[in-house]
Design a protein around this ligand. Sequence first.
Ligand code: ZN
Ligand code: ZN
Length: 349
Amino acid sequence: MSATATVRVMSAEEIVSSAAGETPFLHWPERGTLFAERQMRLRQLAAGGHAMADFLRFMADVAQAQHAALQRMGPVPLPSDEALQRAARDGVPPLPAVDWPRDAAWRTELRRMVDEWRRSAPAGVRAALDAIDRCTDDELESQADCLLTGVMQGLNLATAPLIAAALQVYWTHLVLSVQAANGASAGDHARGALNPPFGRCDDASLCPCCGSRPTASLTRNIGGSTGQRYLHCSLCSTQWYLQRIRCPHCLHTGRIAYQTLESAQAVSDDDDANARVAQAAIQAETCDDCGHYLKIMHGDRDPFADPVADDLATLTLDLLVAETGKQRHGVNLMLLFGDPEPPPDPQGA
Ligand SMILES: [Zn+2]
Ligand SMILES: [Zn+2]
């Protein structure tokens, strides 16, 4: 990463809102940098002697292909003005992951990306690429249905992250296209207006654009406010604001705590260790009211932190939190956690 990339400039809506002294409700993905920055972050994490370096490097190749796909995607059908207004009025997402009629463009991009991934794929991934090649369009659509509705039965876990990569590109493209077609004003969103294209959903724990769960939270410094928390959508990459004091699963405010990898070793009379815990760039935010947790990436402490990449690189934190009985709220389509129910018998019995 070049030295010139070390400072993140404020986006248009951040500038508008900081001028108005307000926190924008939505932070849009940026077509030119979203997957490119993730790719760089994954390579950075892999280069640090990470135990999962090979996996992170291939995920970087996945993100690189996603970046190229997002740049070349053409026009796709979008919701009508009336549908956007109705969704905003009803407090539901206008591009719902579960039943939006997907355009075939996502499959075209998937098949192109499979060809690109084949050049660098480790031996263990080639079988999954072959399996996608053998899939009919209907089979790909039914795998997409499983992924987007959270149904693990019938889902091929080996091909799922690759199919999900194409769905992420398609949904990110949808959100950006709706935004472009409707000339969304950053000021509208700073004011939390219900104007189309995107309003607020009745359920603040879900993405207001597509209704998916977040991968993780990311904090940003906006204007004079430090550590504003946004939830990063696992599918369309939009980030929506949620007050720091609220649990992102049950939205209660009472019993939030933070856990870090370091906290396992920290002792109460070791001030240095405790300071490191409090200042850790990545924490698990746990809630004793509902028993769930979501990782929080502090973009104000590590400007390169990426919700998807850093989530993949901190699986040991998930293991640590799982020991306390907490359940993961975050969804990372690049690495699906099995259902809490027992996995199917490999013998098929
Ligand atoms: Zn979304
Ligand atoms: Zn909760």
